[in-house]
Design a binder for this molecule. Sequence first.
Ligand code: PLP
Length: 399
Amino acid sequence: MPQLAQRIGRAKPSAIMLIAEKAKQLKAAGRDIISFSIGVPNFLPGEHVYAAAREALSHDSGQYGSNRGAEPLLDAFLKHIEALGLTGYGRLNLSIGIGAKQVLYNLAEALLDEGDEICFPAPYWTTYHDIADIVGAKVNVLPCGAEQNYKLTAAQLDAALARKPKLFLFNNPNNPTGMVYSREEIAALAEVLVKYPDTWIVTDDIYNSMVFDGIGYHNFVQARPELRERLIFVDSVSKTYGMPGWRVGMIAGPESVAKAITTLNSNHITSVPEVITAAAVAAFAGPQDMPQAKCAEFAGKRDTVVAALRAIPGVICPRPQGAFYAFPDISVAFGKSHNGNKIENDVQFCAALLEAKGVACVPGSAFGEPRALRISYTCPTAQLAPGLARMAEFFAELS
Ligand code: PLP
């Protein structure tokens, strides 16, 4: 019997999907389940996106498209990133992918050889570690716990880059914590980054439109424009425009990297379909009122979540300022029991919470922080307070 490739042994199924599956099964069995597990937007794209897709369908060529992305899409993306403060880019700085996830995988293939070091802060989006493992990179995780608001400090970054990693991967606003770096914090990290010219920088900023409290979205390139030479900015239509299933991600970076991604595309995916391309153009170039309205809604939900969690004795909940996640430190529960079941860690906590109260959250260890759990608050608003009340009840019942 032939063997699977070794890299498959390093690939793990997503912990988020596992808990979401379990919640689905319980629901199908008739349980009243409130799911805080999956990080998908709770809204559909605007009508102009559907209209563009329908129009494209009516004259679809049915042919393969550009490996880099169709020119109208590249131009719409250029305008989009200009509005984010990323100026001076042209079409040759861009390339496309089937969602940010595939773009990130392509970047790992393009930038990392087996054994190369990649570093990123924890808590991190689960897929980062998995992609690094699959391509055989060495991972240096930089722990950033609740005590430092889940944010990387300049000193930590300096120590990590002194090891001369090939790639530093950064995510702002952050999944799973919802933390957003201020202009000053970005500037302080950028000062460190300029000291290490041999390290690539990838910034996965797909939640850039979801920032609350007027702090704004900031980027290393704005702070130190010379970083553009080795920084790759990643974006996607998934979260901003309510289009996770449409699968369009983009990069802006040095021409050499954009060319490498385009070459990989020519061998992996060839192109993004015409109809999807037209929808993505409409999303980037069309009215931006939907993301703005959703941002206001999420900020209100964030307030509800933070207030409820902070009212639970011992739970530490840094205040998120973006995306749609909260990441409370629930380690106060470890060593206690619920209905006679001992809770030693985050995985047992989430399993017991789901079983006893029908509330699904993702264990923090999936994101490299086993003292916490992730709450995604994209559920209907009417479910939010009851779900949080059930969590409080669960804590109160611990002995
Ligand atoms: N990056 C982060 C931080 C995410 O949270 C996600 C999705 O949850 C992705 C990338 C993947 O996005 P896409 O749907 O564009 O593949």
